[in-house]
Design a protein around this ligand. Structure first.
Ligand code: EPZ
Length: 447
């Protein structure tokens, strides 16, 4: 069974000795994977990273202590905790419950060195502006695969009556009190919807958010805000109506499962020809993804909170085009590509959410994958096998795809800079080992 996450097992300097150290995973660890094992067994899915990263800043909207259950132990959660602590929030994270005490907020700033590590830090803008009328948040940089603007976030704040200035790389937002507005997003944006929602709940009057994101993580945020006393209608749909209130109160919540972590383990099982049962998962969040696995020849069985996948001898090539929820998630694109690298036939993968999210392609090609990319479309020609090599993680989901490819590649694969993967996958090498993978985390001297 999965050990408590307070320790991570690592191979010491002398191969073979195992030292148990505290949770501080080294920044430049690497994974060594010996490919060829079929995955089998069951694995528990952790709480949704992208829900927690919205629920935690939402607690800024009220005074008191909020307890959020099923909060995954990830680097991104640690980064968000650190950011909130710099504002005066007291954060405790015993096990998978996170407790946030927002009784002594003393700063309304999100500094560059934290925002540059994680774009989701920008989520503090809405709650700070909504409750305190002031926020100074560093402009998030791009990310590994290109620019990721925040223009929709800023337009929404301005519609709600905020004055926005950009000064030395910081967004400075001010408002005596936000006023309800009719906000219509040109494109559906998870982050902009989250920020607009958190700003609107304390605004004076009614706010309508049209073309709102309907990702389960946004639905979870809206339900949590309701528990805090917010008045929100249309939850789950793409038109949200918010009646502003004078104050909110702290509340507790239990986070939803991480649908992308779940899809990633399904992809690993499918690629290795295995049979895996996922526990603590919500199949209703994965309908399109599960239908794609079925098209690829996998037998899928679902229950209230589990999914079982039985892979065929050889996967069929199945095209995917990413889309906003409930379409095929862009966060599953890289993992699907790794699977299709060993499928029967050629696959076309198109990403319509991010047009340049293909940093994993050159690394997959180092493992022998035959992939051609034109603009935001990749064609993957399935091969009988991949061959192990040393590869470099570049971003969270790209590193997941490299792990999947390493699990099927012949021989050893070394995946460097796995701090990317520690951002969004809780104890991934322990969970994969429990499923029969030959994978070790090693302190890496090489960079
Ligand atoms: C969220 O990012 C997720 N992150 C991402 O997951 C995910 O890939 C993305 O949604 C799409 O589903 C979190 O929830 C913390 P968007 P977000 O705003 O909110 C454009 C992971 O791997 N856009 O929905 O930043 C943007 O460039 C991460 O867990 C603007 O043009 O994504 C993109 O093309 C990676 N202007 C599209 O909208 C804006 O102001 C969708 O982005 C905002 C976004």
């Amino acid at each position: 069974m999965l050990r408590t996450l307070l320790c991570s097992e690592r191979i010491g300097p002398v191969a073979g000795t195992v030292t148990i150290t505290a949770d501080a995973q080294h920044h430049m660890d690497k994974f060594i994977i010996r490919g060829g094992n079929r995955l089998s067994g069951s694995v528990a899915v952790s709480g949704a990273k992208n829900a927690s990263l919205a629920l935690m800043p939402a607690t800024l909207l009220a005074d008191g202590v909020c307890r959020l259950e099923n909060t995954p132990r990830l680097r991104d959660i640690t980064t968000m905790s650190t950011l909130l602590e710099t504002m005066g929030v007291e954060v405790r994270h015993p096990g998978t419950i996170i407790e946030l005490d927002t009784s002594n907020i003393r700063s309304y700033e999100a500094p560059y060195d934290l925002v540059k590590k994680m774009r989701a830090s920008f989520y503090v803008l809405g709650p700070l502006l909504g409750r305190f009328g002031y926020a100074k948040v560093s402009y998030p940089g791009g990310c590994a695969w290109g620019p990721r603007p925040v223009d929709l976030h800023l337009k929404a704040m301005q519609k709600l009556g905020a004055e926005i200035e950009i000064e030395a790389g910081y967004v400075i937002a001010k408002a005596d009190r936000l006023r309800g507005a009719d906000i219509s997003f040109d494109i559906s944006s998870v982050g902009a919807t989250g920020n607009a929602l958190m700003a609107a709940v304390l605004a004076k009057g009614t706010t309508v958010i049209r073309n709102a994101a309907t990702e389960p993580e946004i639905t979870q945020l809206a339900l949590f805000l309701q528990r805090m006393g917010a008045h929100i209608d249309g939850i789950g749909g793409n038109c949200l109506v918010i009646e502003g209130v004078e104050t909110l109160h702290s509340a507790n919540d239990k986070n939803i499962p991480d649908r992308i972590e779940a899809g990633t383990y399904l992809a690993a099982a499918a690629a290795t020809g295995g049979e895996v049962r996922l526990e603590r998962v919500d199949p209703s969040q994965l309908t399109v993804v599960l239908s794609k696995f079925r098209e690829a020849g996998c037998e899928i069985e679902t229950g209230e909170d589990h999914v079982t996948l039985r892979a065929p001898e050889r996967l069929e090539a199945v095209n995917v085009t990413t889309a906003i929820y409930p379409g095929f998630p862009t966060d599953m694109q890289a993992q699907w590509m790794a699977m299709m690298a060993v499928a029967q036939g050629s696959t076309v993968v198109t990403d319509t959410v991010y047009f340049d999210r293909f940093n994993h392609v050159p690394e997959l090609q180092r493992l022998g994958a035959h992939i051609d990319v034109t603009k935001n479309t990749a064609v993957i020609h399935g091969l009988d096998r991949l061959t192990g090599a040393t590869v470099m993680s570049t971003d969270l989901r790209a590193s997941a795809s490299l792990l999947i490819a390493g699990l099927v590649a012949k021989g050893n694969t070394e995946v460097l800079r796995v701090y990317h993967i520690d951002r969004g996958y809780e104890a991934i090498e322990l969970k994969l080992r429990d499923l029969g993978a030959d994978i070790q985390r090693v302190d890496s001297e090489e960079y």
